[in-house]
Every structure is written in C-alpha cells, then in structure tokens.
Design a protein around this ligand. Structure first.
Ligand code: B1M
Length: 211
C-alpha cells in the first residue's frame, strides 16, 4: 500500500523538485492518477489552506506550494486525459473577474478533457462580457466559472445576467463552483448547475448537455 505522506508533505513544503518525481513514482507503483490527485495533491493543498487560514504560513509559502502543485499536475494531466473517451461538446472554462486562483479551475478543465469534452480554457480574471464573447467564438455549449473569493462571486452573477439579457441562456448553459460557492448561491443567481469538485463538474456537464 502506497504512503501518501511524502507527496502530501512535498506539496505542503512547496518542494518543486520532488513533487513531479513523487507523482511518477506513485504511478509506477500502480497508483491511479485519480488517487494521486485526491490522496496526495488535493490533500496536501487542503492542509496548505488550513495553515494559511491559521496564519501558520503566509502568501509566499502558499505561492510556492501552488507552484509545486502545478509541477505535479503537469505530469498528471496527460494521464488523467488519457483515461477519457470520445470528444463531446465544447466547454469554456475560466476563473472569474477579480480572481487569480487557477488550481481548481485547471482541475475542472483537466477532468472535463479527461471525460472527452473539448475544453477552451479562458484563463483567470475573466470579465463577464469577455466570458460570453469568447464562449460564443468557441461555439461552447457550456460556460464553467470558478471563484475562490467571496469578493469575485458577484462576477458569476453578472455573467449569467448578461447571458440571459442577450438571449443566449438556452444555447449556452452555466455551471459554477469553487470553495465559497454553494448550490444555494447557484440557485440564487440562476446558474444551470453547481458542482462541489472537479469530478462533480464533469457529472453536471454531462447531465446538462446530455453528453
Ligand atoms: Co488565496 N485565498 N488569496 N491564494 N488561496 C483562499 C481562496 C482563501 C480561502 C485562504 C484563506 O483565507 N483561508 C482566501 C479566500 C477568502 C474568501 O474570499 N472567503 C484567499 C485569499 C484571501 C487570497 C488573497 C486575497 C490573499 C492576499 O493577497 N491577502 C489573494 C487574492 C488574489 C486574487 O485572486 N485576486 C490570494 C492569493 C493566493 C495565491 C496567489 C497566493 C494562491 C493562488 C495560486 C494559484 O491559484 N495559482 C492562493 C491559494 C493557493 C489559496 C488556497 C490556500 C488554496 C486554493 C487552491 O488552489 N486549492 C486557498 C485556501 C483553500 O482553498 N483552502 C486560498 C486547491 C484547489 C484544488 O481547490 O480551488 O477550491 P479549489 O478547487 C476545488 C473546488 O473548489 C472545486 O473543484 C476543486 C476540487 O476538485 N472547484 C470547482 C473549483 N472551481 C470549480 C468550478 C466548478 C466546479 C468545481 O465548476 C465550474
């Protein structure tokens, strides 16, 4: 049985040199990419968040931990995608205006790709108008918005409002997620769906698009 502590601790200490190697080791020892993600990387990042909240660590340490997470995800991404199937609909994924957090958004994009969706990653800090224009340009059937800050959540509401005003809400569905986001908030702002984590985002996308 694999010991996940090494990977967890490498994320926590922001050990950029070790994390990709530990991911490779875990895979070569037979771990599934999903377990490496959940039991190693996400578990480590959850502790980073807890320590950050308790003022045990500060923004520079969090940033270094996030870089270690990105380095690990670079190794994991093709493996997660390879477990997917045939192409489905196009999804425009992004982090909303005012918000620079991209790890959860990247996971959502990765899992959607893994499930066979064509994903257009718009990046971070995406204003409502740009979200819609770029989704339309990409012929997306779904907009997937991520927010990690309570202060950036209203940008989701604004995006959905504009989508409705332009008469696009039957053509382009919306799902929202991110740590402070809830089903109640999704209902409140008229999002078509809410997902708590990246794999639930895939289930919700499939449900909404009948894919
Ligand atoms: Co920031 N940060 N951060 N941060 N940061 C949080 C979010 C915070 C909760 C920390 C805390 O106080 N405990 C807090 C927000 C408080 C709030 O608003 N309620 C916070 C703050 C305050 C800030 C700054 C304001 C700090 C400052 O400057 N004083 C600042 C804001 C910058 C900005 O965006 N404008 C800031 C900056 C940063 C860093 C740059 C240092 C770094 C981001 C690096 C990066 O993303 N490239 C960072 C980090 C890393 C965090 C924590 C520690 C970890 C976030 C993370 O990546 N988690 C975070 C604390 C925490 O969340 N515990 C925190 C791992 C990731 C896998 O989880 O993104 O939640 P998450 O994604 C999950 C689900 O939420 C879901 O799926 C994923 C799992 O499968 N999900 C979706 C996400 N998007 C989804 C979309 C969906 C569906 C599901 O559908 C579309």
């Amino acid at each position: 049985m694999l010991n996940w502590n090494n990977l967890h601790d490498a994320i926590l200490s922001g050990d950029i040199a070790s994390t990709p190697k530990l991911v490779e080791e875990a895979i070569s020892e037979g771990a599934s990419p999903e377990d490496v993600l959940e039991k190693g990387l996400i578990a480590g990042m959850a502790d980073v968040g807890a320590k950050f909240k308790a003022n045990d660590i500060f923004v520079p340490e969090v940033l270094i931990a996030a870089k270690a997470m990105h380095a690990a995800l670079d190794i994991l991404e093709p493996l997660l995608i390879a477990s997917g199937v045939k192409p489905k609909a196009t999804v425009a994924v992004g982090t909303v205006k005012g918000d620079l957090h991209d790890i959860g958004k990247n996971l959502v994009a990765m899992m959607l790709k893994g499930a066979g969706f064509h994903v257009v990653d718009l990046g971070i800090d995406i204003a409502p108008d740009a979200f819609i224009t770029r989704a339309e340009e990409a012929n997306a059937s779904l907009i997937a918005m991520s927010s990690l800050l309570t202060t950036s959540m209203p940008s989701m509401k604004a995006t959905i409002k504009i989508l409705k005003e332009r008469g696009l809400s039957s053509k382009i569905k919306t799902i929202i997620g991110g740590a402070p986001v809830t089903q109640e908030y999704a209902d409140d702002i008229g999002a078509d769906g809410y997902a708590q984590d990246a794999s639930s985002a895939v289930d919700k996308a499939k449900q909404l698009l009948g894919a």
